[in-house]
Design a protein around this ligand. Sequence first.
Ligand SMILES: Nc1ncnc2c1ncn2[C@@H]1O[C@H](COP(=O)(O)OP(=O)(O)OP(=O)(O)O)[C@@H](O)[C@H]1O
Ligand SMILES: [Mg+2]
Length: 1109
Amino acid sequence: MEVKTKSLLDNMIGVGDMVLLEPLSEDSFIENLRKRFDHNEIYTYIGSVVISMNPYKSMLIYSPEKVEEYRNRNFYELSPHIYALADEAYRSLRDQDKDQCILITGESGAGKTEASKLVMSYVAAVCGKGQEVNKVKEQLLQSNPVLEAFGNAKTVRNDNSSRFGKYMDIEFDFKGDPLGGVISNYLLEKSRVVKQPRGERNFHIFYQLLSGASDDTLKKLKLDRDFSKYNYLSLDSAVVNGLDDATSFRTVRNAMQIVGFMEDEVQSVLELVAAVLKLGNIEFKPESRCNGTDESRVKDKNDLKEMCELLGIEQSVLERAFSYRTVEAKLEKVSTTLNVAQAYYARDALAKNLYSRLFSWIVTRINESIKAQAKTRHKVMGVLDIYGFEIFDDNSFEQFIINYCNEKLQQIFIELTLREEQEEYIREDIEWTNIEYFNNAIICDLIENHQNGILAMLDEECLRPGTVTDETFLDKLNTICAQHQHFESRLSKNSKFLTDHSLPHSCFRIQHYAGKVLYRVEGFVDKNNDLLYRDLSQAMYKANHSLIKHLFPEGNPAKVNLKRPPTAGFQFKASVGTLMRNLQTKNPNYIRCIKPNDKKAPHIFTESLVCHQVRYLGLMENVRVRRAGYAFRQAYEPCLERYKMLCKRTWPHWRGPAREGVEMLMADLQVPAEEFSYGRSKIFIRNPRTLFFLEERRRQCLQDLATLIQKIYRGWKCRTHFLLLKKSQIVVAAWYRRYAQEKKYQKIKRATTVVQSYTRGWQARKLLRELKHQKRCKEAVTTIAAYWHGTQARRELRQLKEAARNKHAVSVIWAGWQGTKVRREYRKFFRANAGKKIYNFTIQRIMQKYFLGLKSTLPSMSPIDKNWPVRPYIFLDGVHTELRRIFHLWRCKKYRSRFTEEKKAVYEEKLEASELFKDKKALYPSSVSQPFKGDYLEISKNPKYQKLNSSVDEKVLLADVVNKINRANGKGATRILLLTKKNVVLADQKTGQVKASVALPDLTSVSVSTQNDGFFALRLKEGSASAVKGDFLLSSEHLIETITKLHHIGSAASDGEQLNVDIADEFLVQFKQDKVCVKFIQGAPKNGNGASCKRKNNRLLEVSVPASA
Ligand SMILES: Nc1ncnc2c1ncn2[C@@H]1O[C@H](COP(=O)(O)OP(=O)(O)OP(=O)(O)O)[C@@H](O)[C@H]1O
Ligand SMILES: [Mg+2]
């Protein structure tokens, strides 16, 4: 089980529970309240009773978070709050199946209604949820604005003062979900409808209707928005600060709708409210009758008419009811006229009755809506918001009634508190000690006793025939109650008060449990009678308005009841009786509201006012009753949990039963035995002193413990930190070492590798050296062997050579010797010049051999054979070359000598052509292999040219077709060119007609290009006969032959002057008068002979010669 150690004793301002107040006195009580109030602690407990101070400001202690905080918590677990009480009540209702009642008392403006709403809203917040449940909750909560609008008014004490007592039973199912509710209302202050004290207002609904209703609604209700138009509305405080009547009207309409009022019902209610206002405006005037009495008449019938229209009443009926009164007695009916005062009385009585009945109807209607539907057994939580004790300067019948109610509530409080206390003692098996307290049953008896109680006597007076006045009533009291110890009156038989001037003659005083109250008897009888003339109720019944008819059932002529209706006092006593019986069956929860000041202002604490309330609420009495036995009690588990640190045996854990733990604790702390008792489940502490002693010890101990915990925590924290550091250090060190080792290892590895590599290198080199050495050795061996073998061989060779040389030397020497011997022998046979002769002989012999050899090795006779035998001796070099040249010349001569004359001429021409063109004109090489035919046209044989042939005198040396180039456009025209020894003739190719004949001497030169073309220009001597037309530019396929021939003939014919052949790529040609430049350019390669001539301008003829491919 979870044991909660939190308590309201923690962080307490003053004391949270007055039972613990030490010392207990009125001053300390009020001082404690003030201290808490100054710290915004508006709630204080007296045991399970909550004292609530009105903060007159909105507090942040009602938030949903607060609701959650207090939800399902023990009453004393948290600081005092109204929610703690609501939670306790709701939980014992839900979990223990105990019906609850919450009794909220306090004077006007102390915060009762607010408290009741807080309780309801808390219960609504913590109880179950669901569509149906939420609707019920909403209806229950929304009944408040409706009732407040009709039953609350602004008074000097409270801007929203409840002018009725309200008891609401909220019904729950077994799960604790709300099912519905029943509202009971008590004693509406209906006198307020017709008259309000200075600075106060009528009920809110009147102002709300006029401010908030639409123009249309007002028109329908025949109302004017102006408050001043209505006599029943007080004007001096019609507008209240902080109250927005128009908005409130909308809220009320909305709330009525939520609660379940039909639209026509709302309309009827508003019509009645409007009718009350109209009623107030009806005024009367006296009208003298013939019998001398005054009869009242309605002054201005307009309001009456409108009111009658609103309620559907026949105007004349109501008018008559304001003028006459019918008294029925058995079979008689007596009608008396009403004077103006009586008429006003009747009007006001009607207004009051109309309004109070309307209010009761509204309550009934709400009950209809909110009543629980299910027929199962309900759990009930009652909330009583009823006026507190009233002690004014001028106290009347209402105060008397109210104070009577409060006496009854006090009585029930005492009864229930004591009963509860006693029950607890029995439950806990604690010895019951009698508690001294004041029992107010005697006062209740003074008021309500059936025979001689004040209310009974008042009723008696009211019902008594004859003249009944307030004075006669007082007299009666003076007689009957004179000896009662709580009744005081100047005129009583009690001699004690005969001289008490604080007691006026028309008053009596009652010593209530909360103080003495002086009541003035004036109006007691009237108010108790609460008379409404039958004529009026009948007039109302006749109304054509369902609600009005319903409100005045006694007006039904069919049910005329001659019995007087029950008096107000009687009714109230009866309803209080019912209420008390109801409350007695329930578990009570008290909220005592206190108002801190009269100014409705926050932060002001008026001590006298609070003191007054503390007294009449009987709060001191409350504390005393509560403390009569034991001031404090607590279940063993939380008690042990809270104080276990005070004893070493129970700290930190107590393993045994909690009770034994607490016993151990108490024994250890040496608390005197009379200071506490052990119950079954709780320890009861008699004096708050003891509790505070425990608390103080706990506080000290907590400090020590806190230090200890701090110490241990710090130690733990430091150690944890240290361990963490250590762990981290180890990790860091490990990592570092690993890193360092890795580095070292890598270094060593590198070094090893280096050393290894050096070693291996060294070894390898060593090995290499060795191998090399071995190889060299092998080589050396081979070399040595080779050398050796060589040496051997050479030695052998040398020896052989030596031997051979020796042998040769021997033979040479022998030969020399032989020669010497021979020469010595034959010297005597040779002459001195024999050597020269031998030499010559030898030379001749060689030459002979050379020539003979040459003869047999001579090359062929062909001049182009390049062969020649190889020279046999160097000294024959010049001879050999010369012989070759001579042989070649001889061979050529031999070759030439075989030529005929014609062939010779042909070769001469070829030679000439070679001299002229070789290496000068590109066309030349191609002409070398072509034989120079000369007469290509076979002119002498061809009959076609017979005529032409005959026209030429000499022998034709060359006949060929040429192209004559037209000077104008460069185009060619074919001509026959004939060359004779004297002339060059040009003839038409077709006709054979001579076109031109140029005598060879007239030719100065022939111009040709260097290129591979057949163009040539015949340049004529200036002034010659042939030169008239200018030079000829021709083109021939046999150019080389033609020019060679021309040159040959020209050279032969001329007398010393040779025909020049100019070879150049640019030359001038005389055409008639003009000199035209013929320019040869290299064109693109073309197939065939494609040199073309083009006249470029007057001075230029361009011949494009295709480059040879
Ligand atoms: N708990 C609270 N927090 C804030 N303001 C409060 C609280 N209780 C009361 N008040 C203020 O005090 C005013 C009067 O409270 P309330 O109407 O509850 O008094 P009452 O005891 O019901 O008076 P009456 O007997 O005249 O009906 C409220 O209108 C509100 O302004
Ligand atoms: Mg109220």
